[in-house]
Design a protein around this ligand. Structure first.
Ligand code: N01
Length: 541
C-alpha cells in the first residue's frame, strides 16, 4: 500500500523507538507503507535508554513484557523474571536484528514541531539533532510513551550543588561510582526505591528525602527456567491472547472476583499471603477486586502489608516513617514498587530518612541539601528520583498543531480530551498510544501499546481503502469519552491519592483521570466496537 516516496515525504511518521514505536513501524511496514521514524535516544528501547540508573528494572513479568511477534520471541531468552535495563537493551538489539527496524529510524533526533495542513491533508514535522530536517507525511503516530518527560521540582538553589547530581531518567550510561560516597536520594517512587536498594549496601552514608512512603511489595525475582519457557513459547500466542480476556492490566493474572470483606479472616489472610508469595504485581492486581474500590478493603490490605514490613525493620525509628499506622495512599492510587531488599537497607545504621512532610527542603547548597531539623547535610552524590510529567508530558512537550492552529498542550490546558485514548478532535490523521485516557498506567506497557497500534493500523487501512483524505474523531465523541473515563475512575479509590495517575504530582496540572480504568478486556470491546461500526464517531473527509 505504498503511497508516497519522494524525498522526506512519507506515508507515516512515527515518533519514538520504544515498544509502541517499534511495533507501529513494523505493522505499517508489513502492509507496505513507507514509514519514517525518529527516536531521541541512540538506539531502540525508549525509556530503557535513559532510565539506566542503578537497579532500574522492569516490574512486569516475562513473558508478557515483550513484543508478541513470534519471529522475535522464538529465539530470545530473558534471563530474569524481571529483567533489568541491560537485558532490555539487549532485547531491543535482538528486535532490531530480527525486524531490521533501524533502517527506518533517525536516532539522537528530537521531534520539536508538527503541524497539519488542511489543504494537502499532510503533517509537516520538524526534527533537530542527527536527523534534523523537515519531513511530511499523511499520518503522524506519536509513540512517546507515558514517561518521556522527566520532572524535577523547582527546588531553591538546585543549580548551586557542585557534586554529582542526576535525575534517574537522565542517568549517564557510563554510570556513577557510589562506593564509599555520601549519597542523598530525593523521592521514593519506583525509581527511588530501586536506587536505594541497589546502592544502599555500598555507600558511606545514605539520606533519603521522603515525602510519601512507598507501599513496596515483594518482587520475588528468579532466573527463568529456559527449558520451561521455551516449551511455553509454542503456546505464547494463546498466553498473550488470554491476557486480553482475563486481566485488567494485561498480565497473566487478574483480580480475585471475591470480596475482601465477605470472605472469612482466615481466607483473606491466606489470599494476601498467596499474593505476597507469588510476588510481582499479584498483591496489587490479583488481589480482591474491592481493594481498589472500598476503603475498608483497602485498609485490610494495608494492615497486612504493614505487618509484613514491620517484621523486617530492626530500628524502631524507621517503623512509622516507612509503614505508618495510617496508610498514606490507597492501593489503587499509586503504582507500588517491586522490591527485593529495600527494607533491609533501612536497618543499616548509616541510613537516615528526612521526612519532608515535617521538614521540607529549604534549599540545595553548594555542598548538599538543607532542611529545618537535619540542617545542612553534605553529599558527594544527589539522586533526583522525582518522577515524570507523566502520561501527557511526552505529547505536550512537542508543538503538535492541529487544524485550528492550536497545540495539544493548549487543547488540553483545561483537561485532556481524546477519543478512545488514541486520537483527538481537530488533529486529523494523528494517533497516539500508551498515553492519556488509554489503559496506560494500569496496564502492562507492551500490552497496551500493541493493542492500540493494531487498532490504529486498522484505522489507517480503513482510511486508505476508502480514499479518505482525513480521519479524526468528533468533538462530541471525545467529550463523551472523557466523561466515561472520569466516571470509571470515580468508582474507585484512585482519585483519593495524589500521584502521576491523575496529574497530582505536578504543581498546577489539572486533576483528572489520565488513564482508562475499565481494564483491558473492556477497553478491547470499546475500541473493537468503534472499528466494527466503521469508525462511526470519526469525521471522514
Ligand atoms: O516517579 P514517582 P518514579 N519534593 O512519581 C517525590 C515507572 N517506573 O520515577 O510520593 C519532594 O512515582 C514523590 O513524592 P510523593 C512506574 O510506572 C517503573 O519513581 O509525591 N519529593 C515520589 O516519592 C512508576 O510508577 C519502574 O509525595 C517529591 C517521587 O518523588 C513511574 O515510572 C522504575 C517532590 C516520584 O515518584 C514513576 O516512578 C521506575 C517534591 N517537590 C519507574 N516531587 C519499574 O520498576 C516529587 N517528589 C519498572
Amino acid at each position: 500500500m505504498k503511497m508516497s516516496n519522494s524525498a522526506n515525504n512519507y506515508d507515516a511518521i512515527v515518533v519514538g523507538g520504544g515498544f509502541g514505536g517499534v511495533y507501529q513501524v513494523y505493522k505499517l511496514r508489513e502492509l507496505g507503507f513507507n514509514v519514517k521514524a525518529f527516536e531521541r535516544g541512540a538506539g531502540l528501547g525508549g525509556v530503557w535508554r535513559q532510565n539506566v540508573y542503578p537497579g532500574a528494572r522492569v516490574d512486569s513479568d516475562v513473558p508478557v513484557y515483550q513484543l508478541w511477534i513470534k519471529d522475535v520471541y522464538e529465539d530470545f531468552d530473558f534471563e530474569k523474571r524481571f529483567p533489568d535495563w541491560r537485558e532490555i537493551q539487549k532485547y531491543f538489539s535482538h528486535v532490531d536484528k530480527k525486524l531490521n527496524i533501524s533502517q527506518h529510524y533517525d536516532y539522537n533526533t528530537w521531534v520539536t514541531e508538527a503541524s497539519f495542513d488542511d489543504n494537502t491533508g499532510k503533517w509537516t514535522v520538524t526534527a533537530t539533532g542527527d536527523g534534523a530536517g523537515t519531513y511530511t507525511a499523511k499520518y503522524l503516530l506519536l509513540c512517546t510513551g507515558f514517561a518521556s518527560k522527566s520532572y524535577t521540582p523547582n527546588f531553591k538553589g538546585l543549580d548551586k550543588f557542585k557534586g554529582i547530581m542526576h535525575h534517574t531518567s537522565e542517568w549517564p550510561v557510563e554510570q556513577v561510582d557510589f562506593k564509599g560516597k555520601r549519597v542523598a536520594v530525593v523521592g521514593t517512587g519506583a525509581s527511588g526505591v530501586q536506587v536505594i536498594q541497589e546502592v544502599g549496601p555500598h555507600v558511606e552514608s545514605l539520606t533519603v528525602y521522603q515525602r510519601t512512603p512507598n507501599l513496596a511489595i515483594p518482587m520475588v525475582q528468579h532466573d527463568n527456567d529456559k527449558e520451561y519457557e521455551n516449551k511455553r513459547k509454542e503456546n505464547y500466542d494463546k498466553v498473550f491472547e488470554n491476557t486480553l480476556v482475563v486481566s485488567t492490566g494485561g498480565f497473566e493474572f487478574g483480580f480475585d472476583p471475591r470480596s475482601c470483606l465477605e470472605v472469612s479472616p482466615e481466607v483473606r489472610e491466606a489470599h494476601f499471603e498467596e499474593c505476597f508469595r507469588k510476588g510481582g504485581f499479584n498483591f496489587w492486581i490479583a488481589n480482591f477486586h474491592d481493594v481498589w474500590t472500598n476503603q475498608e478493603a483497602d485498609t485490610l490490605a494495608y494492615n497486612f502489608w504493614r505487618k509484613k514490613v514491620l517484621a523486617r525493620l530492626t530500628r524502631p525509628e524507621m517503623r512509622e516513617l516507612l509503614a505508618p499506622e495510617k496508610s498514606p495512599v490507597t492501593w489503587s492510587g499509586k503504582r507500588p514498587c517491586l522490591e527485593q531488599t529495600y527494607y533491609e537497607v533501612y536497618n543499616q545504621p548509616n541510613v537516615d530518612i528526612v521526612n519532608l512532610r515535617k521538614e521540607p527542603i529549604i534549599e540545595f547548597t553548594e555542598k548538599g541539601i538543607s532542611t529545618a531539623d537535619h540542617g545542612k547535610l553534605e553529599f558527594d552524590i544527589i539522586v533526583l528520583a522525582t518522577g515524570f510529567d507523566a502520561v501527557t508530558g511526552g505529547l505536550t512537550q512537542i508543538n503538535v498543531r492541529g487544524v485550528k492552529g492550536e497545540t495539544l498542550k493548549e487543547k488540553w490546558a483545561n483537561g485532556v480530551y481524546t477519543y478512545l485514548g488514541v486520537s483527538a478532535a481537530d488533529f486529523p490523521n494523528m494517533f497516539f498510544m500508551y498515553g492519556p485516557q488509554g489503559p496506560t498506567a494500569f496496564s502492562n506497557g507492551p500490552t497496551c501499546a500493541q493493542i492500540q497500534a493494531n487498532w490504529i493500523t486498522d484505522a489507517i487501512v480503513f482510511a486508505e481503502k476508502n480514499n479518505l483524505k482525513t480521519i479524526s474523531p468528533s468533538a462530541e465523541a471525545e467529550q463523551k469519552y472523557r466523561h466515561h473515563v472520569n466516571a470509571i475512575q470515580d468508582k474507585t479509590l484512585v482519585g483519593q491519592t495524589k500521584s502521576w495517575y491523575t496529574g497530582g504530582n505536578i504543581p498546577g496540572k489539572k486533576l483528572e483521570a489520565l488513564n482508562y480504568l475499565g481494564g483491558i478486556p473492556n477497553y478491547m470491546k470499546e475500541i473493537d466496537q468503534e472499528a466494527n461500526l466503521l469508525y462511526a464517531n470519526f469525521i471522514k473527509a
